[in-house]
Design a binder for this molecule. Sequence first.
Ligand code: SAH
Ligand code: SF4
Ligand code: F3S
Length: 480
Amino acid sequence: MAKDYSKYFTTPSIKDARKRKTKETLTIDYNDYYNIKGFGKNKTYRIETFGCQANEADTEKISGILEQLEFTESKTLEHADLILLNTCAVRENAENRVFGELGRLKQFKKNNPDLILGVCGCMPQEEKVTNRILKKFQYVDLVFGTHNIYKLPQYLETVILSKERVIEVFSEEGNIVENMPRIRENTKKAWVNIMFGCDEFCTYCIVPYTRGKERSRLPEHVKEEVKELILEGYQEITLLGQNVNSYGNDFTDIDYKFSDLLTDLHEMDIARIRFTTSHPKDFNLETVKILSKGGNLMPYIHLPVQSGSNEVLKRMNRKYTKESYLELVRNIYKYIPTASLTTDIIVGFPGETEEQFQETLDLVKECKFEGAYTFIYSKREGTPAEHYEDNVTMEEKKQHLYKLNKIVNDGYLRGTKRFEGKIVKVLVDGFSKNNDAILAGYTENNKLVNFSGDASLIGTFVEVKVTTAKTWFMLGEQVG
Ligand code: SAH
Ligand code: SF4
Ligand code: F3S
């Protein structure tokens, strides 16, 4: 039997999600929740994360809130009292995985009626998803979106104490929420949000609707967080935003851009700085020049191109051309000769012709990418491309993906081969997945290296001589 709806019942609307509202910074004081602190005592939680780095960073905030309420993490789903699915809406297969998991969890609910099951993240931001959950997955107790994570204590209070169902998804939201507690996944590498949302509206993409207006965190808040991370012994930070190169464009009373932030962070005592994701249209020469200073600014840039055809780029609303992209790449290699570049590519965008696909292959070769995430276009409800005529068959799209991946894989190998015989600096993450005697870590260029060594090296920097380059990783030996 479905539970009653509580005082919280707000469903999303794609129409409202198109609106952009003025930015506000909310600073949450979790002491406000003193009355319900402790109600997670003797209860465990488990969060399954399906999405990108922004989604992973959100999971860390949700864990932070739950642990403030004194929930503890369960190592398994089976034993958890609270299960949250932190979802991704970017492609249909990501969504199908979540619906599959929800189906599987129905049995868990049957076995344990006290289990609290929640869905959050990007999928609930879609009208059709929340409606489907309301209709078909009535055993879900809690649904919230990307804008109201900070309200989780109130929601849980309602679900647990009043035994009511909570559905609250805000569509139109321009807030930045500071001061959320956080349990970070890693003790040496940290995500640092520098901005939220996206205003690009690439015609295929759902993110501007699920994440709201683009809004930058104040530089002092970002720098304060990095200072704290340094004190806690973190070695590497990754600055997060859907388009980090437009950082600061929304500031009205200060003139402070991504290049300024990099300049300031470059002076700070953090060993490694990475960032993702870059948008080619906003990646200016000034930023390239600052990155060329090296030091803690890592020579690795993820620069999604999506397509090598001007016609397709135009219909994708990417706002750059093949020529301007190639010029940016040339500048990156000119100023940062050791740089590794990776990209994202969509094949089978509606109406993409054989010639246009060929242009993408040519561009991939020319850019000497050392890796790429490649996707078959997935239609997203509510986006402009949903209505574009698509006469490319799935068979053709799959063939294109296969052809593209072959070239991309050559790039991966070229990217590791160039380090054969060289000494690289590795931040050791831990033991390799398949072998407890072998350590694994990443180089400055973001290449995975395996080498033998003992546990005391975990979390430290080690100089490793690369002996063998494979497509997806390198093997090496510790030197010195
Ligand atoms: N903001 C980032 C990444 C967003 S999503 C950027 O602009 O690069 C990550 C990648 O998913 C995108 O770069 C794109 O290649 C892919 N993607 C987004 N929407 C998609 C869709 N509808 N179908 C297939 N791939 C998609
Ligand atoms: Fe999506 Fe484009 Fe924004 Fe990236 S920049 S999140 S692809 S709309
Ligand atoms: Fe997915 Fe949302 Fe990230 S749709 S890619 S989890 S911003």
